[in-house]
Design a protein around this ligand. Structure first.
Ligand code: C5P
Length: 311
């Protein structure tokens, strides 16, 4: 039987950025999406989302790139509240405060992280204890990357990316993340991918996740993983933003084990063998003025999790 509980007044949830260690993109589907076979990893770059009860749904954003984030009901976090409220049969009257650490439109699923954090936060605020399967269904309707932002860790993504399954991964990956000026629109990058492809390369991978990616993850060795990283969206991102080629080269020249565009870009990722190597590489890139901002992150980390609740 349900017991009456004291109401929680504020909940803060932290959600991580995602990277794609491997992203294989199939051809355009009739519904406008592409089938993906991707290995996601959640990394230690975060957005924090706080929710409190309010008279009506409202949203504010501070931090990295806040000025570029819409604050209306079209914001993915606002849509997340509306969808969850509908599911549990209540009004979506909450105030959402987002503190951004994940680059906006950077190919690291920052909007998806906010939506995932908001789902988890409202579920805690309202004490609705929505089963994880249902929460993931709501998440999938909001966006292809949102379910992964809920679960985090290292996972295989299939379908349009919304079907996620945890993968075993040994050790910690150390990344240097170079953020670029401006953003890239995800649909534009997918469309450019279609444009660049000829029919014979349209389906690079149709089977299960390449065995070598799984094997590399199991070893936990950075050099082994470096050899199997890949992103089918990278040619399109580089076609739209040729300057990113220089960024990738700059990282490799300064000692990165591997370099790749993150998701649909324009953020670039560099794999290092250790936390200290990552720090050294980041310092060199900063000194040489590469990118708009350079930071280090490690993965895998948890998905959207409650940081604080106050009564
Ligand atoms: O799912 P999400 O809202 O993040 O997708 C944004 C857009 O990116 C879609 O409307 C679609 O144009 C493109 N997309 C795609 N294939 C995917 C995921 C996204 O074409 N698997």
């Amino acid at each position: 039987m349900l017991q009456p509980t004291a109401s929680t007044d504020a909940v803060t949830v932290r959600a991580p950025a995602k990277i794609n260690l491997s992203l294989c993109c199939g051809p355009l589907r009739p519904d406008g999406f592409h089938d993906l076979l991707t290995v996601y990893q959640a990394v230690s770059l975060y957005d924090d989302v706080s929710v409190t009860e309010a008279d009506h749904l409202e949203l504010s954003v501070v931090g990295e790139g806040a000025a570029d984030v819409p604050v209306g009901h079209d914001n993915l976090a606002a849509r997340a509240v509306i969808a969850l409220a509908e599911l549990v049969g209540r009004r979506p009257d909450v105030s959402i405060s987002i503190s951004k650490g994940i680059p906006v439109a950077g190919g690291m699923a920052g909007g998806s992280a906010d939506a995932a954090a908001t789902l988890v936060a409202c579920d805690a605020l309202w004490r609705t204890a929505v089963p994880i399967d249902e929460l993931l269904r709501v998440a999938a309707d909001l966006g292809s990357d949102v379910p992964f932002s809920v679960v985090g860790g290292t996972a295989l993504g299939t379908g349009r990316g919304e079907r996620v399954e945890a993968l075993p991964a040994a050790g910690t990956c150390h990344w240097v993340i170079v953020m670029a000026d401006g953003g890239l629109s995800t649909p534009v990058v997918f469309a450019e991918t279609d444009r660049l492809r000829t029919r014979d390369v349209a389906l690079r991978h149709t089977g299960p996740v390449p065995a070598e990616v799984l094997a590399a993850l199991a070893t936990g060795e950075a050099a082994t993983l470096a050899a199997v990283l890949g992103n089918d969206l990278q040619p399109a991102a580089l076609s739209l933003r040729p300057d990113l080629s220089d960024t990738l080269t700059a990282g490799l020249e300064r000692g990165a084990l591997a370099a790749l565009v993150s998701g649909s870009g324009p953020t670039c990722l560099f794999l290092a063998s250790s936390a200290s190597d990552a720090e050294r590489l980041a310092a060199r890139l900063r000194d040489d003025g590469v990118g708009r901002r350079v930071c280090c992150a490690a993965g895998p980390v948890d998905g959207a999790r409650v940081l604080a609740e106050s009564h």
